[in-house]
Ligand binder design. Sequence first.
Ligand code: 6PG
Length: 240
Amino acid sequence: MIKIFKGINELSQYAARTLIEIANKSIEERGRFTAALCGGGTPARIYELLGDQFQNEVDWKHVHFFWGDERCVPVDDPGNNYGQVKISLLDKISIPGENVHRILSELGPEPASKDYAHTLKAFSEPPLAWPRFDLVFLGMGEDGHTASLFPRSLVDTDLPTLAVTAHYQDRPANRVTLTPKVLNSSRNIFFLAAGQAKAVTLGRVLNGEYSPLELPAQRIAPKNGNLTWLIDEEAGSFLK
Ligand code: 6PG
């Protein structure tokens, strides 16, 4: 499904409200809500809204935050995905520390990747060795990457996490990422794409031929879950 919004503010309002709705439904049905968050600029307003306008709309003690990927820089580095969410959301809500499952970026890619796989196992939903996330936010790079699954990276693996090195814009290169295996077992995935700079790639990802090696965003196809694209008019300007 594709939902097109006038701009990033309308998109962010919808995304924040939808996270709250899915969270309350998941808590009612299963006693907890698990979400994997993404980094970058597109979700920033969503996290701010959750920490401000929506902070009293869910019982945060039943919420568990994970990350779809992380850059291996210190948590106080502006490039750290967890650090971004800590400032805009976590520091404003009463979520227990043990419910925030950050990737230990300070360990370096390989050890952090292995540690994160253990964290996922502790929250696994058998037969999976990881949680079946109730909600995943994913962004999409101008090169078609998502999380830290970059073009021409060999990610057909049964491993839940990978240590990767990738050069994208001026962002940190050493990273840890969830793999398509984990992402595609989620209940609800929301792809976020806004701005004219994403339009050509989004047109290729959604309307072009299937070439997941070049366009890793095309690897995201939840087997028993919902995939919804939340885009603005600019990003959608090349869609048929
Ligand atoms: C990251 C993100 C990454 C991001 C895209 C889009 O760690 O950088 O997880 O996958 O979603 O690069 O980033 P923008 O939203 O800034 O365009």
